[in-house]
Design a protein around this ligand. Structure first.
Ligand code: PLP
Length: 363
């Protein structure tokens, strides 16, 4: 059976072979007589699942030894509070505003830290990234926060900023929720990366935090123990019960990524998918994407019909053609196609064919 192609921004499509494997292991994982959801998180079966997922992710993303990989809960939004609780040390933090997600992070951080807006693209409607050379970074900042891929506005850093080169020795914090595992990460430029799993690495419920060793152990006294990175790291993410099934699913997805050829292979696929869709939009008089070309996201492609009265017909036709969840975020409008790792190029070809046909019959 050919499933419809699902362009949801998150929770998002998962490779059918991964879902099938999970289904086949649902009642009995590897002859243990238990499903993964029913296992003690401290038993040898689950520990082996956990260790494998940790090792595979470390290998895939080439995470250096002096970084901890934490499997937490609470999603990206909880990290908006947990990061300042752990890293602000009562000082000032720098934010670069490039869309809804960095704005949300900034708003939450104000509860715990004094915030400096180093740069903002709000005057341009979040359609480009402020040039790092123009950022007004503070010398005494505890960290600098960016969202490396803005899921709603569709802008993505193609390269992470070199903070020392910009005169800042603060660690860089990236929210890579909607970008994780879609491309390589330059860890030499990162202090902490966090992301919810539900875009690229599995079901909602698991939150990934990858944090440099020297940033642990500085939590404010008010930080909940379950959210103190030092405590989480010292307990191998098992200070409390971790999201066991979501960790298992993420582990299956890491294995799937490794079978495909790892990050270089998936990144090449992601580039090809994005070029196909942006190419279709750019060559048409019917559709438009308003993001500056060098800032466009490979993962989330917001676009508009120039004649917005056709939106409902476009979406209904797409659904009938097996192309699901293309409606844009309510704050931006129009359409959005999310092209996460698990979206095959065939799905993008089908979308482009539908868009051309819709244009031909409605232009
Ligand atoms: C989806 C998303 C989040 C939200 O995470 P929750 O799991 O809903 O808390 C945060 N940041 C970015 C960039 C996202 O795409």
């Amino acid at each position: 059976m050919q499933r419809p192609y699902n362009f949801s921004a998150g929770p998002a499509t998962i490779a059918p072979e991964v879902l099938q494997q999970a289904a086949s292991e649902m009642l009995d994982w590897h002859g243990s007589g238990m499903g993964v959801m029913e296992m003690s998180h401290r038993g040898k079966e689950f520990i082996s699942i956990y260790d494998q997922a940790q090792a595979d992710l470390r290998e895939l993303l080439a995470v250096p030894k002096h970084f901890h990989i934490l499997f937490m809960q609470g999603g990206g939004l909880a990290e908006n509070a947990i990061v300042p609780l752990n890293l602000c040390r009562g000082g000032t933090v720098d934010f670069v505003l490039t869309g809804s997600w960095s704005q949300k992070s900034c708003k939450e951080a104000r509860k715990y830290a004094s915030v400096n807006i180093a740069a903002s693209d709000e005057p341009n409607g979040f359609t480009r990234l402020p040039a790092p050379g123009s950022w007004k970074l503070r010398r005494d900042a505890s960290y600098v926060h960016i969202c490396s891929n803005e899921t709603i506005h569709g802008v993505e850093f193609q390269e992470l900023p070199d903070l020392p080169g910009l005169g800042s020795d603060a660690p860089l914090v990236i929210d890579f929720s909607s970008q994780v595992a879609s491309r390589a990460v330059d860890w030499s430029r990162v202090g902490l990366a966090f992301g919810g799993a539900q875009k690229n690495i599995g079901p909602a419920g698991l939150t990934l935090v990858i944090v440099r060793e020297d940033l642990l152990g500085h939590a404010l006294p008010a930080c909940p123990s379950a959210f103190d990175y030092r405590t989480v790291a010292d307990n191998q993410s098992m200070f409390n019960t971790p999201p066991t099934y979501a960790i298992y699913m993420a582990g299956l997805i890491f294995q799937w990524l490794k079978r495909l050829g790892g990050i270089p292979a998936i990144e090449a696929r992601n580039i090809a998918k994005a070029e196909l869709l942006y190419g279709c939009i750019d060559e048409s008089q019917f559709y438009v994407n308003r993001v500056a070309r060098d800032c466009r996201s490979r993962m989330n492609v917001p676009f508009f019909l120039r004649d917005e009265s056709r939106n409902e017909a476009f979406l209904a036709g797409a659904k009938a053609a097996g192309l699901l969840q293309l409606k844009g975020h309510k704050s931006v409008g129009g359409m959005r196609a999310s092209l996460y790792n698990a979206m095959p190029i065939e799905g993008v070809k089908a979308l482009v064919a539908y868009m051309r046909e819709f244009e031909r019959s409605h232009a």
